[in-house]
Design a protein around this ligand. Structure first.
Ligand code: NAD
Length: 280
């Protein structure tokens, strides 16, 4: 696969990691976000991350300079015209994603692939208002996206096989492991993971154990992180949006019911690493 120009919409937790993965893969990256200060923060994070890779001798200084020269920012969507692939990583909200993709269809060429990094919203539902749903696909990276190997490639009802094949090749070229997933609520990983978070929240609500005890126990069982540490890393708000979306898609199935405790943390602005505090 030759090097591409990739637009990344949403410069938050996931956008920045996906951007680093794409730069490491030799691609040009254009960052877009509706909040200009987020773009600047994201560009700073990327420069710092790449700098640390040089310090650890994983990259040379020449690599660092080349990677940063391939990174640009955009304050308007029309700058993304030249992109062959756009990866959306904005807030987990169907309406916001619709607005963005409808606007993107007006600026990109018909051959550009449009991908969403949604954790839980149906690919069919996001694709519904699009003029060309055949080039629309789910490309679900995991956090931290620069490091995690797994990428779920999710086929919507109209996604072409060529687009699925191109996205799988693209993920492999980034050194990732693509897994083709069906367009079902939570796809594969988030379907399984919902129980990891929800049961932990129930245990703490019932005062059966503290947040730290739950995390320590899960790490004692071999998990790299406990559920509360992981929610802080993901973003407590993003994680709650995913739970709500999955619960609704299962017609309010009690197993997936969101937690009032988690809602309380979000209402209090305790969003985890992206804010001044979270469960920790
Ligand atoms: P985040 O809150 O960290 O960042 C979202 C960014 O999108 C923010 O910078 C915000 O300013 C920007 N934004 C919001 N609305 C926008 C719009 N209309 N146009 C352009 N930019 C807009 O969120 P995140 O955690 O990076 O999640 C992004 C997406 O990735 C979500 O769909 C989420 O479900 C998915 N995801 C998240 C994780 C995770 O661990 N955080 C993992 C996998 C997938």
């Amino acid at each position: 696969m030759t090097s591409m120009t990739i637009g990344i919409c949403g410069s938050g937790t996931m956008g920045r990691g996906i951007a680093i993965a794409c730069l490491l893969g030799g691609h040009r990256v254009i960052l877009f976000d509706s909040a200009p200060e987020q773009i600047q923060r994201c560009a700073g994070f990327i420069a710092e991350h790449i700098g640390k890779m040089v310090e650890k001798t994983r990259l040379s200084d020449a690599d660092r300079i080349a990677m940063l020269s391939r990174l640009t920012t955009a304050s308007a969507l029309n700058v993304l015209t030249e992109c062959q692939l756009i990866i959306e990583a904005i807030v987990e909200n169907l309406e916001s994603k619709h607005e963005l993709f409808i606007a993107l269809e007006d600026v990109v060429s018909e051959t550009s692939i449009l991908a969403t990094n949604t954790s839980s919203i149906s690919i069919a539902a996001i694709a519904r208002p699009l003029q060309h749903p055949e080039r629309f696909v789910g490309l679900h990276f995991f956090n931290p996206a620069a490091i995690m190997k797994l990428v779920e490639v999710i086929k919507g009802p109209h996604t072409s096989d060529v687009v699925i094949a191109s996205c799988s090749t693209f993920a492999k070229q980034l050194g990732k492991t693509p897994v083709i997933a069906r367009d079902v609520p939570g796809f594969i990983v988030n379907r399984v993971a919902r129980n990891f978070y929800n049961e932990a929240l129930r245990i703490v609500m019932e005062r059966a154990a503290s947040i730290k005890q739950v995390d320590d126990l899960m790490k004692g069982l071999g998990f790299r992180m406990g559920p509360f540490e992981l929610m802080d890393l993901i973003g407590v708000d993003t994680n709650l949006d995913v739970t709500k979306s999955q619960w609704q898609q299962f017609f309010n199935e009690p197993r997936f019911q969101p937690s009032v405790l988690q809602q309380h943390y979000v209402d209090s602005g305790l969003l985890g690493k992206k804010s001044d505090g979270g469960f920790y």
